[in-house]
Write a protein that binds this ligand. Sequence first.
Ligand code: THU
Length: 159
Amino acid sequence: MNKIDIHITVHEAAHAGELTPLYRALLHEAIRALPASYAPYSQFNVGAAVLLNTADMVCGSNQENAASPAGVCAECAALYNASTRYPQAAVVAVAVVSATGGKLNSAPVYPCGRCRQVLLEYEKRAGNPIAVIMGGSAKIHIVDSVKDLLPLNFELSTL
Ligand code: THU
């Protein structure tokens, strides 16, 4: 039997100052989205911002619901918002941050499994890698492609 090793690269920045100006601006957009988060059940606020190939930035935040599966994660809110407003544009990067009690959490927030699958669909639609910038106040992690977050991903393929 063969052994397949899967390797991913995560870039780590100590603070936003180490990011490119564009990624820094996107991260700030994600932070600016936090006050719109509606998270009365988890108290876990998440903000996200999507960068398009048109240079537009579109944000989103988590929107919870008493019937929890009806809630929406911040990444999905931002992606659906971007796709609705700019249907022809390609997504090139997404930034995501979390906060509790009005304070940015120190650890980077990593997209949940469902969001990874949704992000992957946008990456395939775009035909270019989507960088994911996962912010925390203590450090920031970046992957260059959604595929790095979701290796061996599901595809609707019968081949
Ligand atoms: N959440 C997100 O917004 N994005 C993720 O990738 C993971 C989780 C939200 C969903 C819920 O409102 C709260 O965080 C706690 O799970």
